[in-house]
Design a protein around this ligand. Structure first.
Ligand SMILES: C[S@@+](CC[C@H](N)C(=O)[O-])C[C@H]1O[C@@H](n2cnc3c(N)ncnc32)[C@H](O)[C@@H]1O
Length: 282
């Protein structure tokens, strides 16, 4: 299955929905907003290790966009999936795009639970990856690996849905993921000697939660009758492009801060459930 189809249809992530410049992110791509938000918290570095880069949109945004001090830095993508790693390589090496092919990108096929490094200096990023790791042991083991490899002054940022509650299943339409118990991760990180900060992901991104746009649910309904990208297009664009279908399907086009975005059937949304954990080695 292509990376595009996987993220369009099977496990659509927030970063996939916001991969293009978006009004909720001051006209930035998700990757740009994320890296700038990280830099605004005093974290810099000339090398990013991205674990589980999926289709490669964050790496692409750092190369082609404006990601503050992370713009065009050396980038290493580590992924367990050879096909996703190949998709990331294709995306960042696209020669016809602005700034041409990424000249500082390399890919490593490896397991995040057994990082193939003795040490790492810079920023480690795992965006919506930890819910894909083996349940309960995976995320904690990754935190242990980060504590092992990060050099003093380096940091890691993990984003995922969850909170201070027991893991619960979330059915993404045939693909079930479990939420993350952030209490467990904070305790593990502190026990490993890392300094921990946790905040809502929307705060790290500086997202404007009042912007209305297509939810995954709206897009799923639209795509049964017409062709459109799986992208959180702003509400006015959707209504302009599909005036009849927007009314016929009673598209909701909720505020991005609504519990019904990105998925109207989930128990909470991006603003309520998505967290970012910042781990620093001092
Ligand atoms: C849900 S996707 C997230 C993709 C991307 N970061 C995003 O936000 O759209 C999870 C990613 O983690 C990778 N992954 C899952 N388990 C892994 C592991 N044990 N080691 C390394 N990568 C892993 C998958 O191949 C995929 O690229």
């Amino acid at each position: 299955m292509s990376a595009r189809r996987r993220f369009d249809a099977i496990e659509c992530t927030v970063s996939h929905l916001l991969r293009l410049p978006h009004p909720a992110l001051q006209g930035r791509r998700y990757g740009e907003a994320l890296l700038r938000g990280i830099a605004a918290r005093g974290i810099t570095g000339s090398h990013v290790l991205e674990i589980g880069g999926g289709a490669g949109h964050v790496a692409e945004a750092a190369w082609r966009g404006e990601a503050g001090p992370f713009t065009q830095v050396r980038w290493t993508s580590l992924d367990l999936s050879p096909s996703l790693l190949a998709a990331q390589r294709r995306r960042v090496h696209e020669p016809s795009q602005p700034r041409g092919p990424h000249r500082r990108w390399s890919g490593v096929r490896a397991d995040a639970l057994d990082l193939p490094f003795r040490s790492f200096t810079g920023l480690v990023l795992a965006n919506e990856v930890i819910a894909d790791l083996p349940r309960s042991i995976g995320p904690v083991r990754l935190v242990g690996e980060l504590a092992r490899v990060l050099t003093p002054g380096s940091a890691a940022v993990l984003t995922e849905f969850g909170g201070d509650f027991e893991p619960a299943p979330l059915d993404l339409g045939g693909h079930v993921e479990w939420s993350i118990d952030f209490r467990e991760l904070r305790a593990c990180a502190a026990a490993c000697g890392l300094t921990v900060t946790e905040l809502p992901l929307h705060e790290l991104l500086g997202a404007d939660l009042s912007v209305r746009c297509a939810s995954y649910t709206d897009l799923w309904r639209l795509r049964r009758l017409t062709t459109c990208d799986v992208f959180a297009a702003p509400a006015e664009n959707v209504r302009r492009r599909f005036p009849l279908l927007s009314r016929l399907l009673a598209l909701e086009l909720p505020e991005i801060g609504s519990p019904r975005w990105p998925d109207a059937t989930a128990p909470g949304g991006f603003a309520q459930l998505f967290r970012a954990l910042i781990l620093r080695k001092t």
